[in-house]
Design a protein around this ligand. Structure first.
Ligand code: F0G
Length: 365
């Protein structure tokens, strides 16, 4: 019987791992690319969603964590650390368990969705809650890992992007070629950088962030790359404004980031691909989250819905080419943040006696 072997084993010939290197894996990757016919109708294109919430800890971060933590294991450090808006810390905590390493997570106090905090806690990470935002946490974590024998596993660690680029490989493998447009939410800008690297390498090209010689000497799999479209939250849109945002604010706490680490790479992805980076309001994000749930059948966390919100907004403005093949990455599972998804909804159904009559009455049948 075949089981997906995790992305290092599946894509080893395009990753900086030799057969003798240790591999720490929870069998991440291999996520579904789901056709979205109603969403396609809305925008007049052929839309698929890449459901990254199906990864072992419920977000795309696992792709970068298998590669980053495997390298740490090979180099012999015993503690990993990250700053996080929640998903990176959940993933780091789980992969530290798989690797037998210690894990410290540096978090903006009060701004982490409950499910993500629960993950870091149950996997035994040490939590440091900071009275500040993600950007403060990342600065602090870089200082910490510079001065102490602790390995940094944020996406400024280049092995993170190496793992994350495999999502683009999977999409090309599934579609047979690159899509016309790839749409992503953008926070710290690591993922848009990684996808651009993956698509470029599969087309036999290099990017600013590429460093993996093996990948660059592999034959091309496709002759094209997509336009890269990134969407930030309205109150946390430094790449759109062209300057850091000192006090980022959005309901999509995962992308509540004012000074993205991979800023110049994100601009390269946008400009080299002929794409765009725009912003969507919290209302548009929550509406797209509801549309994904009710019209596609995929429950995503708010930040993930920024991609679809951006696609819908651009479509309404006439900016989506008719019939284009479009992939939206939905980055994290909706179960991580049920409080936001349920806000303003009626969640207290009337309690009935256990009789068919009473149930039928409630259902209006
Ligand atoms: N979507 C989700 C669900 C995320 O958790 C993140 C980032 C992004 C999108 C944006 O990706 O940073 O590569 O541009 N979360 C990080 C974290 C910051 O700490 O979990 P990016």
């Amino acid at each position: 019987a075949h089981q997906w072997q995790g992305l290092i084993a599946e894509y080893r010939d395009r990753l900086p791992f030799d057969d003798s290197d240790p591999v720490v894996t929870l069998y991440e990757g291999g996520t579904p690319l789901v056709a979205a016919p109603k969403l396609s109708d809305r925008v007049g294109a052929n839309v698929h969603v890449k459901v990254e919430g199906m990864n072992p800890t419920g977000s795309f971060k696992d792709r970068g964590m298998t590669t980053a933590v495997s390298k740490v294991k090979g180099e012999g450090m015993e503690i990993i650390a990250c700053a996080s808006t929640g998903n990176t810390s959940a993933s780091a905590a789980a992969y530290a368990v798989a690797a037998g390493l210690g894990c410290a997570v540096i978090l903006p106090a009060g701004k982490i969705a409950a499910g993500k905090l629960a993950q870091a806690i149950v996997h035994g990470a040490q939590l440091v809650a900071v009275d500040g935002n993600f950007d403060d946490c990342l600065r602090l974590t870089r200082e910490l890992t510079d001065m102490y024998p602790v390995a940094l596993v944020n996406s400024v660690n280049p092995y993170r992007l190496q793992g994350q680029k495999t999502a683009a490989f999977e999409i090309v493998d599934a579609l047979g070629t690159a899509p016309d447009i790839h749409v992503l939410p953008v926070g710290n800008a690591g993922n848009i950088t990684a996808y651009w690297m993956g698509y470029s390498e599969y087309a036999g090209r290099t990017t600013l962030a590429s460093f993996d010689d093996a990948a660059l000497h592999m034959p091309a799999v496709t002759d094209r790359v997509p336009q890269m479209w990134g969407f930030q939250a309205w109150g946390a849109a430094p790449l759109v404004l062209g300057r850091p945002v000192p006090d980022p604010e959005t309901v999509a706490t995962a992308i509540r980031i004012g000074n993205p680490a991979s800023w110049k790479y994100a601009e390269e992805a946008r400009d080299s691909s002929g794409g765009l980076i725009d912003r969507v309001t919290d209302e548009e994000i929550l509406e797209a989250q509801a549309i994904l749930a009710a019209e596609v059948g995929v429950f995503v966390e708010p930040a993930s819905a920024a991609s679809v919100a951006g696609l819908i907004k651009t479509g309404a403005a006439g900016g989506v080419p008719e019939g284009a093949t479009i992939v939206c990455t939905v980055t994290g599972n909706g179960l991580k943040d049920t409080a936001t998804a349920l806000a303003g909804r009626d969640i207290d159904p009337a309690v009935i006696e256990p009789s068919l009559d009473a149930a039928v009455k409630v259902l209006g049948l």
